[in-house]
Write a protein that binds this ligand. Structure first.
Ligand code: FAD
Length: 398
């Protein structure tokens, strides 16, 4: 079965669907270290849309992996699962990198030269002279998913062959991927461009594409720029890290009122599920327009999460949340911390408005984040060394 078909068949925005998908991954996880780079057939888990909205938790995936095989056999898979955690923790400590990306989009929208606009239009319509690039574009927009290797090739071709600004490609991905995530997406695009590890970029090569698509695509000699230089260092990879703001473990909090948001649609501790909740729908996503597919997926994930709470009231504006607090006599409400991105910005604004009416919005964290975010201080490999020790202590893997 080819990638797009299997994604369309299996992806439903519900925790039960994610857990069922996880359960069926014995073979994929067992063969992951040798098969994962092949972008034909299901060589990877396709769990990312679930992990992204926390419908399935990292610790559940790590716990499952442990049951599949020896440490050596599952290590590569475990490492990839915690890459997500690493990117999240890295951006939490440097939220300015996200805000710089948004600021750059604003300026590109105003100043992009006409010739670049024309190339951009062809790239996102999938009408370039590069059939493989056009095919990835079609797969992304029709399924909301691309294999990791295809994402790397796509981003590299975008930046180094089509010579388009990386930020516009990152936006295209974020608007179309079901797993679109401010940290994994922004930082992966920066990594491909040679900005995240300054001076080291990822160049898509014709022979690599041919090999890992099992000959399905054979770029012609000279079609790809295989000798481009990395983009000039913008200094952002080296900005000083701030200590990520971490709250108490949600399991230890006994809230009287809860705010639900689309960044975390995961299982809730009993104490959270039993109280009344308000579902705050954040639609403000500056410089972005999520595709219909993504918008529907997020609505579905939120509806699924709502089934896990006692009562839930919808709210679209801060004053509606405020009214709900007054009606429920809540002077303190809790939410899972929204990690750097649109929801975090909207909830910071909401917290300001609630404060004016004497209500405090507090954040609690997932246990997984509390353990691993403080380890994301430098590059991935120092993180991984520390993470393996923590994973061992938690009996989750290597
Ligand atoms: C340019 C570019 C943009 C990307 N944008 C996103 C994004 O917006 N959201 C997103 O979740 N991932 C992103 N990735 C990372 C990666 O491509 C996807 O997480 C992965 O392809 C999802 O497929 P899967 O669930 O089958 O992964 P598997 O290979 O089965 O891995 C299991 C899980 O580990 C995590 N993971 C795997 N590889 C990576 C990685 N390289 N970086 C971070 N986490 C990883 C994911 O949560 C994934 O579900 C991007 C990569 C690139 C090169």
């Amino acid at each position: 079965m080819k990638g797009s078909e299997s994604t369309a068949l299996t992806t439903a925005p519900a925790r039960t669907a994610g857990l069922a998908q996880l359960d069926a991954l014995v073979e994929v996880v067992g063969q992951y270290s040798t098969a994962r780079n092949y972008a034909d057939g299901q060589t990877t888990s396709r769990l990312s849309p679930y992990l992204r909205r926390r419908l399935v938790l990292e610790e559940e995936v790590l716990g499952f992996a442990r049951t599949v095989g020896t440490v050596e056999r599952i290590e590569k898979f475990v490492q990839e699962v915690v890459w997500r955690t690493y990117w999240k923790g890295w951006l939490e400590a440097r939220p300015g990198v996200w805000h710089a990306y948004l600021a750059r989009l604003r300026s590109l929208d105003d100043t992009l030269p006409q010739a670049d606009r024309n190339r951009l239009a062809c790239a996102i319509a999938g009408t370039t002279d590069l059939p493989y690039f056009n095919a990835w574009c079609g797969e992304l927009t029709s399924t909301g998913y691309l294999h990791n290797h295809e994402r790397m090739w796509f981003a590299s071709v975008w930046v180094f062959t089509l010579k388009l600004p990386w930020e516009l490609g990152a936006r295209f991905f974020l608007d179309h991927l079901l797993d679109g995530d401010p940290a994994s997406n922004t930082l992966s695009w920066r990594w491909v461009a040679g900005l995240q590890t300054p001076g080291k970029h990822y160049l898509a090569r014709a022979d690599n594409i041919a090999r890992y698509t099992s000959g399905r695509w054979l770029p012609q000699p000279g079609e790809l720029d295989e000798s481009a230089r990395p983009l000039p260092d913008d200094g952002l990879a080296r900005i000083a890290a701030v200590r990520p703001a971490l709250g108490p473990d949600a399991d230890e909090v006994r809230p009287r009122g809860v705010i639900l948001h689309d960044e975390d649609c995961g299982p809730l501790p009993d104490g959270w599920a039993r109280v009344s909740a308000v579902r705050y729908a954040v639609t403000k996503r500056p410089h972005h327009s999520p595709s219909e597919l993504v918008a529907r997926w997020v609505v579905g994930a939120c509806a699924d999460a709502d089934t896990r709470v006692h009562t839930v009231t919808p709210a679209h504006r801060p004053d509606e949340v405020s009214e709900w607090c007054q009606a429920n006599g809540a002077v303190e409400v809790w939410a899972y911390r929204p990690l750097t991105g649109f929801v975090a910005t909207a909830l910071a604004e909401l917290a300001g408005e609630l404060a004016q009416t004497g209500v405090t919005l507090r954040y609690a964290d997932r246990a997984h984040d509390l353990v691993f975010f403080p380890l994301a201080t430098k590059g991935f490999f120092p993180f991984w060394e520390a993470a393996r020790v923590a994973l061992k202590a938690l009996h989750q893997s290597p």
